[in-house]
Structures are given as structure tokens and as C-alpha cells.
Ligand binder design. Structure first.
Ligand code: TXA
Ligand code: MG
Length: 329
């Protein structure tokens, strides 16, 4: 970042403005944690209900002690292993964290992102930043400055361009329940990686069956902010267990696949996320590809199920939410 861009970002953020920042996961819409005015702007720009909490972003691990009363030992071990990085911890908040960013709850979500520009910005500011993903409520998360430009060019005074996000999918959200680590949102740090550090974990993310049942019951609220219809393209999107069933019915459809094209479907409408079968690469490209497919003239986007392991679980979670929980067998 040029020093003038950094200076402008500092000035805007210090004056109740909202600035778009890059992170290693997705772009964020950032505001001063202590500015109610700027926080209100974030909710207004995103069209997001005030019942969805915001994540606090810090530039130094030491800043954590100001924001929470205590960090339980298993979460501290995860911090030591994964920060700076795509892991958000939920901890009991201190008095200085405003209720407006926790949806009135006692826990606050905190992470230290791993992006050089944003770390430099955070380390230059005298306050932490709150930052949800920089997309309208329920739209696809942005992984380039151009995505944010397309969404919000007229509403944000500054978009810091940090290049395409390296990881491309949101952080993993964890907390503590009766001394044990619980996972609330699948993300870049996998369940397997968390288990390696802390042993057994409680999985609060729901599997495909549970999420689908939730959609059918229309009880879409698994955790605050985790509504089922989420991360969605405008083009009707479906999550599919068996894409071959479309072999006689492929007109107007784009097929979003992991690593291999299907010989029974039109070759030119199949899009692979990773030819070499690398789930990390697939995660990094997922939102970019959804953005690209959404502006073409397809009538439907059909997504295949990814292997249910490692980051594949987070990818399936996002695909299922993009499809509003609709699974076609
Ligand atoms: O990777 C990320 O986490 C990105 C980048 C910009 O850092 N941020 C992001 O924020 O994805 P957002 O607001 O789009 O999603 C945050 C989610 C909420 O929807 C909610 O599920 C959970 O994190 N969360 C945050 N604070 C919480 C709290 N106090 N209690 C419960 N859940 C919380
Ligand atoms: Mg989001």
C-alpha cells in the first residue's frame, strides 16, 4: 500500500467512515470498533440485520486482553498455532466491546488476519476494526477489490486493493462449551487441523442432512448470522449429489465441479475449481468462479458435492448455502 493510501485509510477510519480492507480470506468492510456511527453504516451498507454480530480484527495478539476478560486455554493454543490467520475465536467480551457488534450477546468474535496491508493498517491505528465480509447481505463474498467495486463503488470512500485473497473462503469460527472447543462455522482452518491441536471438538456446523432439514423446516438460524440462504449468486443455484442426472437436461446450465469433467455433460459448460484435485486451490477459486458464472447468461448453476474432508467440508457448506439448502439427489 502506498503511504498516502495508508494515511487516507487511517484518516477515514478515525472519522467514522467505512473502508474496504483485504484479508487472506475475503475482503472486509471495516469500521472503528468504538464508532457507533461507523458501525451503523456497515449494517446499512450491507443491508444486514443488527442481530448478526461482527468480527473484531486486531493487529497484535496483545490487543486481545483489552477485548475479553479471559482466553480459555484451548483457544489460546489455537491462537498460538493459527494467528495471524483465518481463525475467529468467540470469547466473553470485556466492558469496552460495544453491545452493538455482538448483537447484545456476551461473546465477541475476534481474529488477527494474515494480510500484510491490513496488518500494517491495524498496527498503525489506535483502535481495532470490526469487519464483516464486504458483500450485500446474502450475496457472494468478495475475493477481489473489483468484486467490492461492483457491489459498493458509490457507498465506500476507499477500497484498499490487496490483490486476490489467497485463501478465498471465510475464517473458521470457534468457541468454548464446557471447556471443549466448539466449531460454529466451517472455514479455512479445518476440523482436522483443530483436532490436532486440542483433541476432541464439538461440531455445531451441522452436516448436509441437518442443514437440508433446517431449510425444509424453514428454521434457518443455526448460529447468529448463519442463515441458510447465504453466499448466493443471483442465478438459481443447486447442490447436487449426482450431476449425471442432468445428461438429458443440460440446457442453460453451468456445472461447477471439483477436478474432473463428466463425459455425459456438455464439456464447454463444465467448470473445474482445481484440475489437480487440490481442495485448497478449489476453496481459493470458489467465490471468483461463482461471481464469473453469475454474470453469464446461464439459467442455473449446478454444483457437485465435494469430498467431505478438510476444506471440502467448508466448500460443501458454502455451496449448500448458495443453493439455499436445496439438495437435488
Ligand atoms: O474471514 C472472515 O471471517 C471475514 C473477513 C473479512 O475477516 N469476515 C467475515 O465476517 O466473514 P462476517 O460478518 O461476514 O461473518 C461473521 C460470522 C457471523 O455471521 C457469525 O456467524 C459469526 O461470524 N460471529 C461473529 N461474531 C459472533 C458472536 N459474537 N457470536 C456468535 N457468532 C459470531
Ligand atoms: Mg459474510
Amino acid at each position: 500500500m502506498s503511504s498516502s493510501q495508508l494515511a487516507l485509510a487511517i484518516e477515514l477510519l478515525s472519522n467514522h467512515e467505512v473502508v474496504c480492507i483485504p484479508t487472506e480470506t475475503v475482503y472486509g468492510l471495516a469500521a472503528n470498533l468504538y464508532s457507533e456511527k461507523a458501525i451503523a453504516k456497515i449494517y446499512a451498507i450491507k443491508g444486514r440485520p443488527r442481530t448478526n454480530p461482527l468480527i473484531v480484527h486486531i493487529g497484535r495478539k496483545e490487543d486481545l486482553s483489552l477485548l475479553c476478560s479471559e482466553v480459555p486455554a484451548p483457544l489460546q493454543r489455537l491462537i498460538d498455532r493459527f494467528w495471524p490467520g483465518p481463525l475467529t475465536i468467540l470469547v466473553e467480551k470485556s466492558a469496552q466491546v460495544p453491545d452493538s457488534i455482538t448483537a447484545g450477546g456476551t461473546r465477541v468474535g475476534i481474529r488477527m488476519p494474515n494480510h500484510p496491508l491490513t496488518l500494517e493498517l491495524l498496527q498503525s491505528l489506535p483502535f481495532p476494526l470490526v469487519a464483516p465480509s464486504a458483500n450485500p447481505y446474502n450475496a457472494i463474498s468478495p475475493t477481489t477489490a473489483k468484486h467490492v467495486q461492483d457491489y459498493f463503488a458509490l457507498q465506500i470512500p476507499l477500497i484498499l486493493d490487496g490483490g486476490p485473497c489467497q485463501q478465498g473462503l471465510e475464517s473458521t469460527v470457534v468457541g468454548i462449551e464446557k471447556g471443549q472447543v466448539a466449531i460454529y462455522r466451517q472455514g479455512i482452518i479445518t476440523t482436522e487441523q483443530i483436532r490436532e491441536v486440542v483433541g476432541n471438538v464439538i461440531d455445531r456446523c451441522g452436516n448436509t442432512k441437518e442443514l437440508t432439514a433446517m431449510a425444509i423446516d424453514n428454521q434457518a438460524q443455526a448460529a447468529p448470522g448463519m442463515t441458510l440462504k447465504h453466499y448466493s449468486p443471483k442465478t438459481p443455484t443447486f447442490f447436487c449429489e449426482n450431476i449425471e442426472k442432468y445428461k438429458e437436461d443440460s440446457d442453460g446450465k453451468a456445472f461447477l465441479l471439483f477436478c474432473k469433467k463428466n463425459p455425459l455433460l456438455p464439456q464447454e459448460h463444465q467448470y473445474l475449481l482445481s484440475e489437480k484435485g487440490d481442495l485448497n486451490e478449489a476453496a481459493a477459486r470458489l467465490y471468483q468462479l461463482l461471481h464469473e458464472l453469475d454474470v453469464q447468461s446461464y439459467r442455473q448453476i449446478i454444483c457437485e458435492r465435494f469430498p467431505d474432508q478438510g476444506i471440502g467440508r467448508a466448500i460443501n457448506d458454502r455451496l449448500l448455502r448458495a443453493a439455499g439448502g436445496i439438495v437435488s439427489q
